[in-house]
Design a protein around this ligand. Sequence first.
Ligand code: ATP
Length: 231
Amino acid sequence: MTTTAPSTRTRTGLKLTDVTLTFGDGDDQVTALDHVDLTVVPGELIAIVGPSGAGKSSLLAVAGGLARPTSGSVVVVDTDLIGLSSRALAAFRRDHLGFVFQSGNLVPALTALDQLRLVEKITGRRATTPPEELLRAVGMDQHAGRRPGRLSGGERQRVGIARALVASPSVLLVDEPTAALDRRRSHEIVEVLAFQTHEFSVATVMVTHDHDVLEHCDRVLEMIDGRLRPL
Ligand SMILES: Nc1ncnc2c1ncn2[C@@H]1O[C@H](COP(=O)(O)OP(=O)(O)OP(=O)(O)O)[C@@H](O)[C@H]1O
């Protein structure tokens, strides 16, 4: 396979240090993240499991610069997101962070290939690895001309993963990628995710309830009451 992206090899991954996120105040205060430390190196796929309300989505939001922590630091590619203005943060997210959501979040009117090309248009930059090759890497080149309505849930997820890789992100944040899938497809998707994480040297964090797929991950952490610990 010729899908290496050498420029990503030397980048730093993700480093959260003493991150706390609270909502509300007084008696209503909720501590979603409680002094969280997390380092994910390039080429590493980590899974985060834990009960509902434990803080998993909050962790993805903070790591992706979608929510500002109450305290602590979030470093991606040697840049502390906390110090960036909203505008700089948006640009940084576009350049360095990738997101994969539960449903694939594809644009209904676009073919699989055009979903990827749209990212090139929005960012104004050609992908290091061409979109056609990325679709091949996730086993979707046969369906490049299909719109999401004619793809299965697993196929949509594959396109979502390929699309997230167009901008050569340093950090990939993945929320429940197997939620709508059967067992076989769930394994396939996380295998693809693990392979691409290693191939492109991305630091990938996946939140999941699906303990079946943890075998494909390099490390598994559990979140309970806003705190992280090895599973
Ligand atoms: N915008 C908000 N305002 C107030 N409290 C919030 C907000 N977002 C999250 N919380 C609270 O923060 C805690 C962590 O929520 P979070 O969504 O991160 O959990 P989770 O582990 O992702 O849950 P799930 O598995 O159900 O998605 C919960 O107690 C939740 O109620």
